[in-house]
Design a protein around this ligand. Structure first.
Ligand code: VG1
Ligand code: CO
Length: 544
């Protein structure tokens, strides 16, 4: 008989989930009962799961396996009837979402700090996803936080560790544990959405492709899909072996950390499409030959061309983007007569709209694109989308972008991040901006006249909830925008994100360098928020 042990514990006061779950340094998670407290707080806030199934998956970073063993023993103690776990403890975030849905489970736990570095000195993270496969809505994450502040005990089974390395079925007490291949079901789902035959033809015709898996979770997914099923060259994948430290790298698919494929794509004889995904496989980077595609543009292009892809031939119900994401997709929605929703940053806000059937596609400027096939953003799906569109249209990425801008106009766009800023100074910067909002409307700036200024607040049309304080928006007479908000995923100090966007109509100048197109707005942003005074910096740490 496996014994359930009740352990007395003391609450921590810092377990408030951020934009995408609870993220802290690994050492922080290794504090006594830190993980256990949070997991018990999740279980304490759920109802009616006795005998049901829980999916547990992670991106393979340091502490992943240790955490999974603890979670399995606690899930068994809490009364779950079955757990589904990816072999090696690996499962991409979108694949976890799919497993939750396809097995009609109670929910799942995702272990990841996404694009943040891993290893003993890196970051770790945990979040709960519900039966729809999506991240818990705010009311639940708030309840989990409140619970974590008063927790006094947790329950865990005294049992041996499960062998995570083999596909097999075993048990902890009365809970069955199924270790499954993490790629099988996901690859099958992709087969129902995309024209594999057309993509196979594309690869066979000499189309050159590069994918950087960043030593993160998508290596095995990329191999199965791109190489085994679609016939791309073996060598198209770089950094394809998952590692606890992401090979010592930073699994953020941007132009800094995926520099190798970017440099290759900028050469005359470079790949026709270069792509990458992040630590947990939900983000994507798309670069054509000599043509970087901003994530906001990628969302717009996918919305404009989705009807060419088998899973979306019926057309789209509607689209959504997070507030700071550029308005490029809005132009497509307008032309096609689709509803376009603006939500706060973070995938959890798309879940209700996807569930209700209000939208089919959604995305974020932070390299996140997805659809109603799961309830997470999906990096490999986005790459397959592009491959399918390229195969159908028989144009290069650069030609597709040019054609898109000629039809809908171009939203020049950049995000400037000021990292590890003093948290108090960052809060003061936002507070001062907030206080200045009534005064700035009709002010003449270098880039134009300000016509609107507010703090974004979201009213969820499906569940009626309201979420306040989601970023400061400044709008200009020509449709340009500046958005300021603080990151909710960092683990050190605060990160100030400044999002800058300028709209150029289809008849305007569409081939400016982004930096030049946005220079005036950037100067205005610095002036409006007094960025130098609060951050001590004139230049951002990262521009994406
Ligand atoms: C960032 C991005 C946001 C994204 C979140 C999680 O949040 O800006 O768009 O949803 O990361 O991405 P923030 O609060 O730091 O700006 V990931 O790939 O966790 O799951
Ligand atoms: Co991620």
């Amino acid at each position: 008989m496996t014994k359930v042990r009740t352990v007395a514990t003391k609450p921590y006061d810092d377990q408030k989930p951020g934009t995408s779950g609870l993220r802290k340094k690994v050492g922080h998670f290794q504090r006594e009962n830190y993980l256990e407290n949070f997991v018990q707080s999740i279980f304490d806030c759920l109802d009616g799961f006795s005998g049901t199934t829980l999916v547990v998956g992670g991106d393979g970073r340091f502490y992943n396996s240790t955490a999974i063993q603890i979670i399995l023993k606690m899930a068994a103690a809490a009364g779950f009837g079955r757990a589904i776990v990816g072999r090696g403890g690996l499962c991409s975030t979108p694949a976890v979402s799919h497993l939750i849905r396809s097995n009609e489970t109670f929910g799942g736990i995702v272990l990841s700090a996404s694009h943040n570095p891993g290893g003993p000195d890196g970051d770790f993270g945990i979040k709960y996803n519900g039966a729809n496969g999506g991240p818990a809505v705010e009311s639940l994450t708030n309840a989990i936080f409140e619970r974590s502040r008063v927790i006094e005990r947790y329950e865990i089974c005294d049992a041996d560790n499960i062998d995570l390395g083999r596909v097999a079925t075993s048990s902890i007490g009365s809970m069955t544990v199924d270790i499954i291949d993490p790629v099988d079901d996901y690859a099958a789902l992709m087969g129902t959405l995309f024209d594999f035959e057309a993509i196979r033809h594309l690869f066979a015709s000499g189309f050159r492709f590069r994918f950087d898996a960043m030593h993160a979770v998508t290596g095995p997914y990329a191999r199965r899909l791109f190489v085994d099923l679609l016939g791309a060259d073996e060598n198209c994948i770089i950094n394809g072996e998952p590692s606890e430290t992401f090979g010592g790298g930073h699994p953020d698919p941007n132009l800094v950390h995926a520099k190798q494929i970017y440099d290759e794509a900028m050469k005359d004889d470079g790949p026709d499409l270069a792509a990458a995904s992040d630590g947990d496989g939900d983000r994507n980077l798309i670069i054509g030959k000599k043509c970087f595609v901003t994530p906001s543009d990628s969302l717009a292009v996918i919305a404009a061309n989705a009807h060419l892809v088998p899973g979306y031939t019926q057309g789209l119900a509607g689209v959504a983007r997070s507030m700071p994401t550029s308005c490029a997709v809005d132009r497509v929605a307008e032309t096609k007569g689709l509803a376009c929703h603006e939500t706060p940053t973070g995938w959890k806000f798309f879940g209700n709209l996807l569930d209700s059937g209000d939208i089919t596609l959604c995305g974020e400027e932070s390299a996140g694109t997805g659809s109603n096939h799961v309830r997470e953003k999906d990096g490999v799906w986005a790459v397959l989308m592009w491959l399918n569109i390229l195969a159908a249209r028989k144009l290069s990425v650069a030609e597709i972008m040019e054609d898109h801008w000629r039809s809908y106009g171009r939203n020049y766009y950049a995000r400037h991040d000021f990292e590890e800023v003093d948290a108090e100074a960052a809060t003061t910067l936002i507070k001062n901006l907030r206080d200045s909002l009534p005064k700035v409307v009709s002010q003449k700036m270098t880039a134009g006249t300000i016509t609107m200024a507010d703090e974004f607040s979201y009213h969820d049309p499906v569940d009626g909830s309201t979420t306040n304080g989601q970023g400061i928006r400044i709008g200009f007479d020509d449709g340009s925008r500046i958005v300021f908000r603080l990151s909710g995923t960092g683990t050190v100090g605060a990160t100030l994100r400044v999002y800058i966007e300028r709209f150029e109509p289809a008849t305007g100048i569409l081939d400016l360098a982004t930096g030049d197109a946005l220079a005036d707005l950037v100067a205005d942003a610095h002036r409006l928020a007094d960025i130098e005074k609060y951050t001590g910096r004139l230049e951002p740490d990262v521009i994406t």
